[in-house]
Design a protein around this ligand. Structure first.
Ligand code: IPM
Ligand code: MG
Length: 332
């Protein structure tokens, strides 16, 4: 039987609520499939910082390294102090963010099925800069190495999941130095994949086209900050952050997380939608190589949505977080 050690990182706000829902789904899978999980709970975030002065204890990254994979829920004000070191020190260079329309989820646009492949280790997120009296600088670092490997991931993803088009999104008309490196790296990699269509869009035009013609996009590959912004936009198109999972993926390690934050007003009320975290757990299973179980989790989510009996308030229902988890478990 396959046995996986999972670093479980609930964080703050609604984090523990949605994490409990996802863990329940994984525990139910243990009963129904040939799988077993050992959860290693790691405490990070705002509340920890208030108590101890640190948001990310020094041993955390090693604990993740020792696990097969990590599942993360949400942290608030300390997100930068927690997420960025994990992403950068574990070299989780892909931030994979699918955005698609699920049944009975109120959405702005039909036919959206976009996969955002966001570079996750450099760009403006390098946190290089300075602040003086009346001025501030953030340095944007773009390397050919990181750009090429993210482009290659996007094309490999397209091949593996039978996607037709990869769109490189940048702003090389203005950010000529840094985006120039990214743009050329994508062009070089595209030549290795003649079977996948390739085009380029400037980020401002992309932001508009996502609203007007989202069906024109398939796989988007872009730099860190552009991917941060565009993935929230894409999430908005398909019904908001309650439904959008993500994966931080490297060659050796990975951490999956819902895109949403801590939603402090909902914390502990049982009103948080756990679907994004459950879908993130599904992506995690896919990454672990448990393709069937991953598909089963997504199908269970879709079945619950189709039935529309057990939905949280953001989806127009009155069910509680754990009711949704139970409904998904029943479908497993
Ligand atoms: C995200 C978040 C983070 C980011 C913040 C909280 C550090 O917005 O995961 O998209 O900017 O990457
Ligand atoms: Mg973001």
């Amino acid at each position: 039987m396959a046995k996986y050690k999972i670093a479980e990182i609930p964080g703050d706000g609604i984090g523990p609520d949605v994490m409990a829902a996802a863990v329940k789904v994984l525990e139910t899978l243990e009963e129904t499939r040939d799988l077993s999980f050992e959860f290693n709970r790691l405490v990070v975030g705002d509340e920890l910082k208030e108590r101890t002065g640190v948001a990310l204890p020094p041993g955390t990254i090693d604990e993740i390294r020792k696990s097969d994979v990590a599942l993360f829920a949400a942290v608030g004000d300390t997100a930068r102090e927690v997420l960025l070191p994990i992403r950068q020190q574990l070299d989780l260079y892909v931030n994979l963010r699918p955005a698609k329309v699920y049944p009975n989820v109120p959405h702005l646009k039909e036919d959206v099925d976009i996969v955002m492949v966001r570079e996750n280790t450099e760009g403006i997120y390098k946190m290089i800069g300075d602040r003086g009296d009346g001025w501030g600088i953030n340095v944007r670092v773009i390397t050919a190495k990181a750009s090429e490997r993210i482009a290659r991931y996007a094309f490999e993803y397209a091949v593996k999941y039978d996607r037709k088009l990869v769109t490189s999104v940048h702003k090389s008309n203005v950010l000529n130095y840094s985006c120039g490196v990214f743009q050329e790296a994508c062009q070089r990699v595209a030549e290795e994949y003649p079977g996948v269509e390739f085009n380029e869009v400037l980020v401002d035009a992309c932001a508009m086209r996502l609203i007007l013609r989202p069906e024109a996009f398939d796989v988007i590959v872009t730099t860190n900050l552009f991917g941060d912004i565009l993935s929230d936009e894409a999430a908005g198109l398909v019904g908001g952050l309650g439904m959008t999972p993500s994966g931080n993926i490297g060659d050796d390690h990975a951490m999956f997380e819902p895109i949403h934050g801590t939603a402090p007003r909902l914390a502990g009320t049982g009103r948080a939608n756990p679907m994004a975290t459950i879908l993130s757990a599904g992506m995690m299973l896919d990454w672990l190589g448990e393709k069937d179980s991953a598909a089963v989790v997504e199908k269970a989510v879709i079945d619950v949505l189709k039935e529309a009996k057990t939905l949280t308030p953001d989806l127009g229902g009155s069910a509680k977080t754990m009711d949704v988890a139970s409904a998904v478990c029943e479908k497993l």
